[in-house]
Design a protein around this ligand. Structure first.
Ligand SMILES: [Zn+2]
Length: 190
């Protein structure tokens, strides 16, 4: 498995030999779909989860591996709801989603409400959980894939919840040099 693979609007997700494992959530929802991830990615995420707990942060994965068929469904729904143009802006065309690889994760956090119930929410920019992730994710091999200030380069709108596993070595380089995967490839392979 090549963890450094570039998948974006121009580069489709190739056929990969994946080793997908099922994710066990910290806080299971009543009716939830099963979530799968590449094994090594899940192991790395579990370390983050553990580290987060020390700070009182409860991280879970809301989206991991996604089949081309599922992406087709999402894409079609977006077109029906909005327009083809908007759908392309908001999600990936089937075969071109990073989620096909099993290397991408959408993170949510869980908080306890005063009444003792759990509330789950996708990571947002203003959350302290987000600052924690920004500071630590690269140490475990993840990068924030679609940063706010790089939208023109990634051709994706800002997604504070979407992280991509690229391995520790590359994650550290990208973090230190403040590069997206696109910029890294341009710099090294063009
Ligand atoms: Zn995502």
């Amino acid at each position: 498995m090549n963890y450094e693979i570039l998948i974006n609007r121009q580069n489709r997700c190739p056929t990969l030999s994946q080793d997908l494992v099922e994710v066990t959530p910290l806080f299971p929802k009543k009716r939830r779909k099963k979530i799968y991830l590449e094994k090594k990615v899940y192991q790395a995420f579990q370390k983050i989860q553990k580290e987060g707990l020390k700070y009182g942060y409860y991280f879970d994965i809301v989206e991991g591996y996604r089949s081309v068929k599922d992406q087709r469904k999402i894409f079609t729904q977006m077109i029906d709801r909005y327009s083809l143009e908007d759908a392309i802006c908001m999600t990936a065309v089937p075969n071109f989603s990073e989620h096909h690889s099993g290397l991408a994760i959408d993170i949510e956090y869980c908080r306890r409400t005063k009444k003792g119930a759990y509330r789950k929410r996708k990571i947002r920019e203003t959350d302290p959980e987000y600052s924690f992730l920004l500071q630590h994710m690269h140490q475990y091999g993840f990068i924030l894939r679609y940063p706010k200030e790089k939208q023109l380069i990634t051709q994706y709108r800002y997604e504070p919840w979407h992280f991509r596993y690229v391995g520790k070595k590359l994650a550290n380089i990208l973090y230190q040099e403040k590069l997206t995967l696109e910029e890294y490839y341009q710099k090294n392979y063009d």
